[in-house]
Ligand binder design. Structure first.
Ligand SMILES: Nc1nc2c(ncn2[C@H]2C[C@H](O)[C@@H](COP(=O)(O)OP(=O)(O)OP(=O)(O)O)O2)c(=O)[nH]1
Ligand SMILES: Nc1ncnc2c1ncn2[C@@H]1O[C@H](COP(=O)(O)OP(=O)(O)O)[C@@H](O)[C@H]1O
Length: 227
């Protein structure tokens, strides 16, 4: 069987992982998998892992590694016929090692965005809690102010997107992500992109993926961008 493409996107909160993942999924036909979406699905379905995860998320804490791996690895193992891009996992070295034992990654994208930019974006971020859809009042505003585009339900802001909580979250990200980034660097699969605007970073990611994915004959041709 032709080899499938497996990628991970990493970056601090607000770095644009979700936004860039959607663009990659659309342009290259990879399935966009998001740890936050998996968690929300499990919380909504009241699964054992979902009930447990909820107690952490409600307190603004990261979900413990063993809960994350128990939840995500079986789902990834099931995806034997799809190329995918994982957003939000792994976040810690323990998660990265667990993922390593399940699959061989082809590529890791790491987003390196200045603190001031993250602070500005997140303090302007509005979320539709039920779906996880994210809006930014300057970058991608909702069609109707304060309302989700699809459901029309009210949008909220997260307390942990406010400046004081954000400093702690970003510091925490740096500490836990460093060994993960070092691991992927040592494997030779890490690609880091720096900048303050998603629209400026995107062409570089697009051209990197074009060189990696166009050569893969199993990809559905309708998803391959025109040269
Ligand atoms: N002004 C501006 N806002 C952006 C840009 N790229 C993304 N955003 C907005 C969309 C969101 O409101 C916010 C964060 O973007 P994402 O939700 O895509 O980021 P990410 O998935 O990394 O955040 P998360 O881990 O879920 O906290 O910033 C940009 O280039 N300029
Ligand atoms: N890989 C992970 N390890 C631990 N906890 C995670 C992981 N991914 C997501 N979470 C938890 O789920 C929550 C929601 O994730 P996400 O939708 O990515 O949004 P955000 O990071 O902006 O809060 C996180 O705040 C965190 O508590």
């Amino acid at each position: 069987m032709a080899k499938l493409f497996r990628a991970v996107i990493m970056g601090p909160p607000g770095s644009g992982k979700g936004t860039i993942s959607e663009r990659i999924a659309q342009s290259f036909g990879l399935k966009h998998l998001s740890s936050g979406d998996f968690l929300r699905e499990n919380i909504a379905a009241n699964t054992e892992a979902g009930v447990l995860a909820k107690t952490y998320i409600e307190r603004g804490l990261m979900v413990p590694d063993h809960v994350m791996t128990r939840l995500l690895l079986p789902r990834l193992e099931e995806m034997t016929r799809h190329s995918w891009l994982m957003d939000g996992f792994p976040c810690t070295l323990a998660q990265a090692k667990a993922l390593n034992s399940t699959c061989d990654l082809d590529l890791v994208i790491s987003l390196n965005i200045p603190y001031e930019t993250l602070k500005d974006r997140l303090s302007d971020r509005w979320i539709h809690p039920a779906s996880g859809r994210v809006y930014n009042m300057g970058f991608n505003p909702p069609r109707v102010q304060g309302r989700d585009d699809l459901s029309g339900e009210p949008l909220i802001q997260h307390d942990n997107d406010q400046p004081e909580a954000l400093v702690a979250r970003l510091r925490h990200y740096k500490d836990v992500a460093k060994p993960v980034i070092d691991l992927y660097k040592s494997k030779g699969i890490l690609h880091t992109f720096s900048g303050t605007e998603t629209d400026r970073i995107w062409p570089y990611i697009n051209s990197l993926l074009s060189t990696k994915i166009l050569s893969r004959p199993e990809m559905d041709t309708q998803h391959i961008p025109m040269p």
